[in-house]
Ligand binder design. Sequence first.
Ligand code: OOG
Ligand code: NI
Length: 480
Amino acid sequence: MPVMEQWQLRAAFAQRLSAMYGREVPAYATLVDVSQEVNEDVLRRSGANAERLGSIGRVTAERHGAIRVGTPEELNQVARIFGALGMRPVGFYDLREAATSAVPVVSTAFRPVDAEELARNPFRVFTSLLTTGDPQFFDPELRTRIDRFLGTRRIFPPRLLELADQAEREQELPEALGEEFLRLAVGAFRLSREPVDTSWYATLEKVSSVAADIAGVRSTHVNHLTPRVLDIDELYRRMTGRGVEMICRIQGPPRWSGPDVLLRQTSFRALAEPRRMRGADGVIKTGALRVRFGEVEARGIALTRKGRAHYDTLLAEIDRRVEATPGTSRAEIARAVWEGGFPATERGLAERGLAFFTYQLRRERTRDGRYPPTTVTELVDQGWVTAEPIVYEDFLPRSAAGIFQSNLTGAGTRNDAITGIGYDPAWLAGAIDREVLDPFDLYEHQQARSIQTIGQRLKLDHAAVERPASLTTALKGKES
Ligand code: OOG
Ligand code: NI
């Protein structure tokens, strides 16, 4: 009997979810079309260089989704469904801290982690959980009402969870069951036609429109989907040219002449969608809610902890200068800060231990019998080894908070006098009964493994080497 492997289930799920969302939110379908046009143009313009951070096949199929759930039990079920697709929880994002308005959620991203799996299909889902236990946002009475409401809803059918567990256990499903799983899984994220109780929705909206979107309805839905684009500035211009209203700027690092790092994102504004509403008199009418949108992103090189700290410092510097010099454009200031403070080449990033690379051996000996040098930088400079950037597969809390906030209907309310209670990575891991992986560790490991292989092949284990900071672990591993 033919089977569907996990990566095939993942690719099919991403593709069908995207098709469904394109029917629900037609502007998203436009965004996908424009992204593809831009990607084809970049490929034509830059050739193989355009594929330095992923093959065009991968980039064309690449999407991330964003979903939001209300309880630890629901999050646990989400983890099982994505576990079936070979996606694991990576990273912990506390958007309560990252946002200036009320965004009462903590989040993780489910994604494949192995390089081959990412190359097959890198689908990822930014998944947020409402922090009903945080008294900064929810007083005890409201918390009880929300928990009671959420306690009676069931957003994932038992059959879906049963198939998910089988797929995770066996790492594949027979084709017929795979089809059934996909139908149920995609259906779970469709926008429900069930009427929204207007007064309950409004009660939650007073705290935060994110709380209303999550706990104001008896189901869940895709909040947005995001294709990947190779030139996000060009995409922004073309969408605006088509009359689509975009948020005011591109989040993340600025456009500049050096290497792309981390993640740049932008989105169109949430559109008014017709929703059925039940008023206090019990009468059902068609109203509208603005919560769902389309986003687009450009991905760059993964930064090390040190690189990330440097990135955060530069962002803070941009903010400071924008404030100090009103009238100057943010983009201009950002470019200047970057040009003054960030290495302008991949080599510079590697040498200063700011970004992650994998290293491949090109030759094992020279004709004149000379020994290879013993540092990674020299190996690269002398042509023994090539360096390939590792693409950033994760998210940025500040950009995520920006995306949330740009689509809120109001600032909401947060009582800063009370300290929030501890939702942290360990708590999250307990709720979903799985390890929450650290993104930096994953990249570090991938880089270290490639260096270790080179060390073995070139028999460098005898060497007393001088190493760039970020490479220390790898060569130490080899020596011990
Ligand atoms: C998630 C916002 C975060 C991103 O790309 O940073 C996000 C949400 O609005 O639910 O998707
Ligand atoms: Ni997103």
